[in-house]
Design a protein around this ligand. Sequence first.
Ligand code: NAD
Length: 396
Amino acid sequence: MVIKPKIRGFICTNSHPVGCAENVKQQIQYVKAQPELKQGPKRVLVIGCSTGYGLATRIVSAFGNKADTLGVCFEKEPTEKRTGTAGWYNTAAFHDQAHAAGLYAESINGDAFSDEIKEQTIAAIKANMGQVDLVVYSLASPKRKDPESGEVFSSTLKPVGQAYTTKTYDTDKDKVHEITLEPATEKEIADTVKVMGGEDWERWIKFLHEAGVLADGCKTTAYTYIGKQLTWPIYGHATIGLAKEDLDRAANDLRQSYQEINLEAYVSGLKALVTQASSAIPVMPLYISLMYGVMKKDGTHEGCIEQAYRLFVEGLYSSQPNLDEARRLRVDGKETNDETQGKIETLWHQVTQDNFHQLADYKGYHQDFLNLFGFGFEGVDYDADVDPQVSWGKNK
Ligand code: NAD
């Protein structure tokens, strides 16, 4: 099959296996070109391992520190007629490269919020790793089925308290326009916390601990975006921000509850980037396009892999980690410092439909968006007939 991108709104409904493998290969090459990690985990569980920040963290663990990795993700397998999701192909490519490097790599495809997948994960750890010394929680999901009540909760991306009118960029129509986002109801807020807050992270740690598969001194981290004034009304101080605040509560509770195994629990603040999750958030494509322009000009731009590598070196495995007042690890400073934010804000006030492509790096945004699905890579022949049915390699 010849595979060309099918873009519908803020998603691409297909993906390219060869391009996804190229994406994984480039991230591995980046990590291999960095100084080897002096300290780091050897047995890693990544929940949300197949795309974005979770995939990058898995790559840093495996290729920066020769770690065995077990991943959990929720991806669609390809059929003869339909491509798999990008996360499916990324995982296949990761397995191939990790196995070729002599590393254990296995992934479990299913709903991480369910107890069944937690049990399957525990069985795989017991059989192949014994215990884990790092648990990364990198899920981004619009809904969660509560494993106890069976009720399905949906998250909402809305402001809290009052309506918010702002600029946005519609990637589909190539249009900068104003939008008004109505405030969330109490139920929408509570439901978003239920999906993206700390409850499931805590449940994972409880299950893993009760099964005896967390090593003494194990670390765990969940990812957050904190941002600044420009994004606070729709992110930091909005429904998703409140869910993320619940991660801070959970990290504290985890630190208190698992002292007997010296568990270190952190929320890690990462920068805004184009991922499947962030492209669905109103305002973010405009903010990220402007931010990319500023940070590339200043030479401070980073992608998921650079962020994940720095998180290990300067945060999780540093003797002097950069912790903020809420004890979060922070590697988002190159984006959130006042000077960079000031430059983005100036552009934000100036940007209109007419000057958008001059002021913003939409080209860079779109390139990253295509890359997420394995498209737009130089050296990949997108006219070639490729077999979409790629399977995940097994450990030897
Ligand atoms: P992403 O969409 O690229 O990745 C989400 C991952 O979760 C995928 O591996 C997917 O398969 C998995 N997943 C989703 N639902 C699942 C389910 N029910 N069961 C099992 N796996 C499931 O997202 P991302 O942007 O990398 O986000 C990961 C984390 O990083 C989130 O917590 C997000 O808030 C945070 N973060 C993102 C940004 C950003 O700009 N993208 C910035 C800072 C922090």
